[in-house]
Design a protein around this ligand. Sequence first.
Ligand code: NCD
Length: 328
Amino acid sequence: MFHVVDTSIFDRPTLDDLCDLTTVVRNLAKSPEGARDLQRLLPTKRAMLYFTQPSTRTFLSMNNACHVLGIRTSEIRDASVSSEVKGETFEDSIRTFSSYVDLIVMRTPDAGYAARAAALMDSIPRPVPIVNAGSGKDQHPTQALLDIYTLERSFENCGGIDGKVIGMMGDLKRGRTVRSLSRLMRHYERVKLVFIAPDGFEMEPDIKAFLTENAIPFTETGRLHDVLPDLDAIYVTRIQSEHDVDSESSGVNLAPFTIGAHELGLLKETAAVMHPLPRGPEIAVEVDQDPRAMYWRQERNGMWMRVALIATIFDLDQEIRELASRNS
Ligand code: NCD
């Protein structure tokens, strides 16, 4: 593994290995000795976090995942303070960052930039890995990894993700998390997807074509209550109003696309309620107390999954497993 631009680089063995390594690092980090062992792995590496679109969780979890492994980080969180305002091209900026660091993690408001950065790296003498931390409306591969890990853990006593019915609700049209997660579903057996969206915010044709090509059954509905009892997981998303062209999200009635106490009553006892966060009104605060609420766990899982991913990029998976067996 070198660049992580989109979900296409993952296959089932890689996903299973990453989930397993995530559990290994989170357990290892529980003891001070284990945490110090992890920190000693990459103290000579440096990472650049280049985030020109707002981020709380992805930025903090990537930053702290680097620190868990001893990697030092620097950041640009606003293109207006980089030389791009002087007219430097995106490619020249990325090449410049790569002169100083060993890893670039990047988030951009538009799609395609992580792919451009990776293509540039592949053409220069000292390439560094590019990790996509969210590319416009298109992809969010590391979020999809932490979502897979959270789903697998939620279903660890009932066969994992295979065979499950997974609902995705909200702004499916412009939500990169549901787009990336849908793509990863092709690596799981007998999964069924149920898309629940307000009119005008349905899943885009490219993802639906991908699911059809990969024989993953999906249905689409605007009626949450009809499908809730069938779901093993419901992945809720907010309306991505930052992508509005013509205030199209201002008129949406979100009430029928919201999880509250009544909806919890319709859900299976074993179901998982997920959300990439930040949330809007689509998950009532009272849901937080329910044992099926998984979104705060997703946050924490995100840091450990990103540790596992970065460790894999730097070829440390075997070494970490050896550290863990010595520590136990
Ligand atoms: C998501 C994103 O940025 O796409 N947030 C995140 O990374 N956890 C979801 C969102 O902003 O709605």
